[in-house]
Design a protein around this ligand. Structure first.
Ligand code: R7I
Ligand code: MG
Ligand code: MG
Ligand code: MG
Length: 313
């Protein structure tokens, strides 16, 4: 089997942030795009990333510092990093402000929607979990749920996040298309998320179809929205379709879909990068690229003994 490489860890994190940066100018409608035109550059003139990357950084730093999922620590980091200029989802913004004022995450996460949010905010940060749990499927599923519920307690948000973290694990192992579809399907069946099962079948049909697949068909069948159900399998589809093609072709396709372009590009970008490695990514600079590189490297070095042990056994 395949030995997971350092470049793949770097590629996952850089692909995630780059997807976010490239997708962000096209998210939502004309008003949101005009707003990002004003907010989308750092003082140095570099393209900025959004909430997707911010929460992924929070998760990476928390996992590195506390050697596992600490939900209280995660809640504090998410809340302290919240800033309106990062384009958080409306419910997520309210929730994080509540935590910042001292409310416990357990009640804040159910204060806006009683079952918790079913937005894609837990899925957009889920790729980095696979970097900490690269081998064990059950441990990764548990870690994804514990990380998701801090902000996204709804079963559909948790299921979407788990589809993305498991698919990232599969991409790190460079598993083939049929294996990845089968692994995703068995998780969807286990989790009882029927909405995902239907969309996964549609994704499979689009992936094996001969000839060109048009953006309106992808949008209609898989979705392009800010909920987990309307975005996670779209991102998985894009990553699988374009994983042997240039990164920018995938991003251009994600942008054509419209809707939640930053988050779909974030998830697809992380999956693509986990498969191909950072050296295949376009050499574009963006906000805190060096810091993201350092974080990915630190995780790889932490995990290296585990990865090597698996290889030896
Ligand atoms: O999921 P979340 O953190 O982020 C979603 C998107 C991403 O694209 C980010 O890039 C950012 O742009 O926003 O945001 P949430 O606010 O938790 O969820 C997104 C939206 O889904 C909510 O604002 C609601 O409109 C909707 N939603 C629900 N609607 C009804 N009932 C989420 N959960 C519910 C629900 O239970
Ligand atoms: Mg965003
Ligand atoms: Mg937004
Ligand atoms: Mg988004």
């Amino acid at each position: 089997h395949h030995q997971i490489l350092r470049e793949q860890y770097l590629g996952c994190v850089q692909g995630l942030a780059l997807g976010d940066v490239l997708g962000a100018p096209y998210e939502g409608g004309p008003l949101e795009r005009a707003l990002w035109w004003c907010l989308g550059k750092t003082k140095q003139g570099l393209p900025r990333w959004t909430d997707d990357t911010q929460m992924s950084i929070n998760l990476l730093e928390s996992l590195l510092d506390l050697q596992g999922i600490d939900q209280e620590d995660l809640a504090q980091r998410f809340a302290l990093s919240y800033h309106w200029t990062r384009g958080y989802g409306p419910s997520a913004a309210k929730l994080l402000k509540r935590i910042r004022k001292g409310q416990a995450w357990q009640s804040a996460s159910r204060a806006i929607h009683p079952q918790g949010s079913f937005g894609n905010g837990a899925a957009m940060r889920a790729p980095v979990l696979a970097l900490f749990y690269p081998q064990d499927r059950v441990q990764l599923i548990q870690a994804t749920e514990r990380s998701a519920v801090v902000t996204h307690a709804h079963p559909l948000a948790i299921a979407g996040a788990t589809i993305i973290s498991l698919a990232t694990q599969d991409m790190l192992h460079r598993r083939n298309l049929e294996e990845i579809l089968a692994n995703t399907l068995s998780f969807c069946r286990e989790s009882g998320a029927q909405a995902f099962v239907k969309k996964l079948e549609a994704a499979r049909t689009l992936l094996v179809k001969q000839g060109e697949v048009k953006a309106p068909d992808i949008r209609r069948q898989l979705g392009n929205g800010i909920t987990a159900v309307d975005s996670c399998l779209t991102a998985l589809y894009l990553a699988l379709r374009f994983r042997d093609a240039p990164f920018m072709e995938m991003i251009e396709c994600a942008i054509k879909l419209g809707g939640d372009t930053d988050t779909i590009s974030t998830m697809a970008g992380a999956l693509w990068g986990a498969y191909n490695g950072d050296e295949s990514l376009p050499p574009l600079d963006f906000e805190e690229k060096g810091h993201l590189h350092q974080l990915a490297l630190a995780v790889f070095e932490r995990m290296q003994t585990k990865i090597d042990a698996q290889l030896a056994s």
